[in-house]
Design a protein around this ligand. Structure first.
Ligand code: F0G
Length: 437
């Protein structure tokens, strides 16, 4: 019998379980589960050279920005079972002058996860999650979603011949995301409740019905999402930044990023950790309030924010995200909807673009620079999580001043003109890009 390389382990009571056990939470204490590896056995199999070599490979899995790091994602999965769309391979942008002026920080890079096949970082977690579903012989998968998870799961489920069932909060999901789930042929359920209610129902379904759940409480999702950090490091030629700044909703990314750095450090591949800053929207900031209280008590709240992707009041990955903050010397901040939408307008106008929740990271950088928490000489990587086209209504409503309670500081209005050459020429003479910050 070959030695055990991968297992599930409770983050609370450390009990171990078989890697293919259909578990989401520890059956003994209810704690979250990690996928854990025998890192000593993996040490000889992972190297920067090996990851670099695969960049020139021709197999679809080698070209994937997730499976390039297979040894740290699913070392025991069969290559033939990998369900991939060539996800990852997203840009790491140097900050254009526009954003340097806005954030007050020069050494800022943007890792744009909106450049994934379905337009969000979820594809990295879905390629690993759906591959695990296949390994376990599931025939159907389910998730609750603020939109991106459902879009991604719908696509990967279809690609692998599984039935996909998605549950989203009625009236609170951006149009582009609903369109994707419908188009990819998922069974789409609008729940009369918020995300937290939908998540609860889906957990119940996963425990009572024969369907595999792919929310980020599923530890295999986070293994794929770790590669956002692996790829970012590879792009930086393995130089660890001083800060990684990420929006926090259900805290899957925050948890995955911490786990990635903990493992890389344990493997001796990096010599120090970055500090991870989690940014929440003010109206959906339970983790921020817990952090303010030194994590003495878990907080939850009724969430409300224009950044619907992170409109979450009771984040699932709470305990794992605490581990990230503690192990990386990180912190949590919260930003207003006004700050999010202004940051988004700046990212958009820089020619890069993202959806509202993504812009929370840049709004967070601006706040941390202003508070002198981020120092001038420190290198910062902010993660943009979703594509601009996910939420076209937010764009148009912001620029036309239609967002209740918000002032569009950087509006780029559409001008109605008659069908007349002189009227057109007059506008050509005075370009109307929004004012530089
Ligand atoms: N940004 C975007 C664009 C998201 O879609 C999400 C989460 C987050 C940030 C927060 O990430 O949960 O890892 O802290 N969206 C989930 C969904 C909840 O259902 O699509 P997290």
């Amino acid at each position: 019998m070959s030695p055990v390389l991968t297992w599930l382990q409770c983050v609370r009571c450390s009990e171990r379980f078989f890697r293919n056990a259909r578990l989401y939470l520890c059956p003994h204490c209810g704690g979250l589960l990690d996928v854990q590896y025998d890192l000593d056995a993996l040490r000889d199999r992972v190297s920067f050279e090996r990851f670099d070599e695969r960049l020139g490979g021709f197999q679809p899995w080698e070209r994937s920005g997730v499976w390039r790091y297979k040894e740290l994602v699913a070392p025991e999965a069969d290559i033939a079972d990998l369900v991939t769309r060539g996800e990852g391979n997203t840009m790491l942008y140097d900050s254009p002058s526009w954003l340097v002026a806005f954030t007050g920080h020069k050494l800022l890079q943007l890792k744009h996860e909106g450049e994934n096949p379905t337009g969000s970082f979820k594809d990295r977690g879905m390629t690993s999650g759906v591959t695990q579903a296949k390994q376990m012989g599931a025939h159907a998968v389910i998730c609750a979603s603020t939109g991106n998870t459902s879009a991604s799961m719908a696509s990967y489920a279809r690609l692998s011949g599984l039935q996909g069932v998605v549950a989203f909060p009625a009236g609170k999901v951006a149009l582009g995301k609903i369109a994707q789930a419908v188009a990819y042929g998922a069974t789409c359920l609008e729940i009369d409740g918020d995300f937290d209610v939908a998540q609860h129902l889906v957990l119940q379904a996963a425990s009572q019905l024969s369907i595999y759940m792919l929310n980020s409480v599923n530890p295999y999702r986070l293994e794929g999402q770790k590669t956002i950090m692996l790829e970012m490091l590879q792009q930086r030629r393995w130089k660890v930044p001083d800060w990684v700044v990420v929006p926090g909703g259900n805290l899957g990314n925050s948890s995955a990023f911490g786990k990635a750095f903990i493992e890389l450090y344990a493997l001796g591949l990096i010599k120090r950790m970055p500090r991870i800053a989690v940014v929440q929207a003010e109206g959906a900031s339970p983790f921020y309030h817990s952090w303010k209280d030194n994590f003495r008590a878990r907080q939850s709240m009724k969430a409300e924010t224009i950044a619907t992707a992170i409109r979450i009041g009771n984040p699932t990955n709470y305990d794992k995200a605490i581990r990230t903050i503690e192990r990386t010397g990180g912190l949590v901040v919260c930003v207003s909807d006004q700050a999010i939408m202004d940051a988004k307008a700046m990212i958009d106008a820089a020619g890069i673009g993202c959806e509202p929740a993504s812009a929370a990271s840049v709004a967070g950088v601006r706040q941390l620079v202003e508070a002198r928490e981020i120092k001038t000489h420190e290198e910062v990587v902010a993660v943009l999580t979703g594509h601009l086209l996910k939420d076209p209504n937010a764009v148009i409503d912001y620029h036309s001043g239609m967002l209740a309670g918000l002032v569009p500081q950087y509006a780029n209005q559409i001008h109605q003109i008659p069908a007349d050459f002189d009227a057109l020429a007059a506008w050509v003479a005075k370009p109307t890009t929004p004012a530089e910050p």
